[in-house]
Design a protein around this ligand. Sequence first.
Ligand code: ACO
Length: 430
Amino acid sequence: MADKYSLTNSATGDCVNLDLVSGTDGPSALDITALYKEKGLLAFDPGFVSTASCTSSITYIDGEKGILRYRGYPIEQLAAKSNFLEVAHLLLYGELPTATELVDFESIIMHHTMIRETMRTFFDGFHYNAHPMAIMIGVTGSMSAFYHDSLDIHNPRHREISAHRMIAKIPTIAAACYKHNVGEPFIYPRNDLDYCGNFLHMMFATPCEEYVPNKTAIEAMNLLFILHADHEQNASTSTVRLAGSSGANPFACIASGIASLWGPAHGGANEAVLKMLEEIGDVSNIPKYIAKAKDKNDPFRLMGFGHRVYRNFDPRATLIREMCHKVLAEISDKDNPLLQLAGELEEVALKDEYFIERKLYPNVDYYSGIIYRALNIPANMFTVMFSIARTVGWVAHWSEMISDPSQRIGRPRQIYVGAKQRDYVPIDKR
Ligand code: ACO
């Protein structure tokens, strides 16, 4: 493969030679870092469709082939054989842990699950029906005000402590958001339970009654958390990296990632899928809603369908679909009308020319909401669940970026399309 690429101005014949940057897998990229300095030219790529913003050794995606790998390991193998904290170790440190390393890592995480008592009182300031994602953003950001002892981002040990604190405490904050919404007392974490079991305990136990997590529920949560843990430079991860590139502290950066994740085109899609299925209501209404999704004058989109990167199928959706059936068969009602509706809608859309032509397939969020519903987790908590899992990916990317000696502040440019220079007009003359 040529290691240079030439771009020529067809009018003037002026030519620029660009280096090609290649990774271990995936497409090469044109190195345009000198383009502006040498030629006064910018690259224009709204939505970053053709832009690699960094090099990274964490996650690899091939959208055409439906491949997702964390640190080289296929997602299917991790989903079948691993658990969330083992995957968290892999994403954070680059390697699967040995048996001793795993025990140590689990112990560190499970012994840092409590939040400061004063932080707990922040929840009282939120209205009872505040969206849990709004509380998550605020309380996660507030962690910067509590852990001053680990905020030197240039100290690797400080970065590690912050990473551990974040992974350990985010589920506690998330469960507290839920308890605030439903008006129940906060439930303290239990360090003898595993990560997912402890989260379910904090969600559903009360001071009057212990909660014994169901084995399949824990299995399903482990799977969902593994599948949601990272997805390279998506909107929220890029937000975390951009916020972190200025030297902002890790807690503030993760809060910015949670804010970005909230949008319905990103992590908010799982909540939107459930709302959509409820709105459709019955299989007889499917044709009407498919027509709405295809109508350019109608803002309605089939939520849970389509992906910027996956153009054939989302490998995570395939795994979640199987788990969805298992959960409904073992925990919930297998004749659940919502699942039947979801299955029918998927089938109709996949046969429709509009969706085939545009390569629109169910994404990870299409079935995750139905699983969460079966676990009694309310729809407004779905994106919160996503943020618990993605915290690991955000922290891994933030850490990778900060430890790169060539890291600079992220500062995109623009094509200005506003007014040309004009003179100020006094108010009485306008
Ligand atoms: N329903 C109907 N039409 C769609 C959908 C959809 N869900 N998704 C894309 N299209 C159409 C677009 O209208 C466009 O049609 P056109 O070529 O005739 O103009 C074409 O497919 C390409 O779509 P884009 O919007 O250009 O694709 P983009 O890569 O920008 O968007 C996105 C990807 C945001 C995920 C989009 O597919 C979408 O909005 N899906 C629904 C929301 C969703 O499920 N988001 C979760 C993503 S996964 C995640 O974040 C974990």
